[in-house]
Design a protein around this ligand. Sequence first.
Ligand code: GLU
Length: 285
Amino acid sequence: MIFRTRFAPSPTGPLHLGHAFSALTAFDMARAAGGTFLLRMDDIDRVRSKPEYETQAKDDLRWLGVQWPEPVMQQSRSEARFRAALDQLNARGLIYPCSCSRTDIEAAVGAPQEGVPTHGPDGRIYPGTCRGRSMAAFTAGDAIRLDLQKAIMAAGSLPEFTETGGRFEGTHRLDADDLLTTVGDIAVARREMAAAYHLCVVVDDHAQDITHVIRGEDLFDATRIHVLLAHLLALPIPLYHHHRLIRDEAGKRLAKRDDARALALYRAQGKSPADIRTMLDLPPA
Ligand code: GLU
C-alpha cells in the first residue's frame, strides 16, 4: 500500500514540543511503512505567516532528524488550485458570499439556547444571514461560505472515513443532522484570503497525493468538514490518524504561541534530539 503523509505547520510562530511530536510521529510512521514524508508550509494567512518562522521551522525539523524531499509545497502559491475548487463548488450552486463581520454574527445569533451548540470546528456556527446571496453579488472583502444544507443534498449518500489509530480508531460515516447542528455553513474563503483552512487542506493534501493524514486529535472534529469537501470535489478520501496531544504540566494543550516550549529554547539549553524524543515518549530514532 502506498503511504504518503505530511507535516503541515503554519509558519505563524516557533515550533514547539507539540509540533515536534506531530512531525516525528508522521516521519516515523512513513519510514516504518516504507513510505514518503512531505513537508508543507500552510502559509495561506499572509498576514500572520512570516518567512523567519518558516526558516526556523525547517532548521528545527532538520535538527530533530526529520527529512523530506524538496521542494516544499507552499500553500500561498496554490491560489489557482483553490480558485478552481471554489469554481467547482460554485458551478453546483453550493457557495455564497458573506459580508458578515464577527459583530454581525454575534448580533444575529442571539441568546444561546440550552442544548444547542454555539461553536463547531469552524468556530461560531454561522446563523445563515447571507445564505441565499448569489456568487454574482460577490464583493471584494466578502468571505465565501458553503451552503451546508445544499451541500448535503448534492453529496447524495454521505461519505465515510477511516481513522487508523488513537482514540477514534474505526470507520465514521458523516451524518446530515450532526453536520447541520454542530458545524453549519463553514467559510471556504475568508476576507482578503484566497481560501480558508478547510478548503486549503483538502485541495493541497490531494495535490500532494497524501494517502495518510497524520495530525493532532484537536483536528479530529474538523475531519468531517474535510471529508465532505473532498467528496463534493470528487477527490479520494485519505486515511486519517489523529494522535494524542502534548500538554503542559497543567494538562493544557500547547498553543501556537507557547514559546516556553519552543524547540529553539530546548536547543539553546543544550538538549539533544534524543532528549526531545524521550520527553515526548517516542522511541529512539
Ligand atoms: N496547518 C495546520 C496547522 O498548523 C495543520 C493542517 C493539518 O494537519 O490538517 O494547524
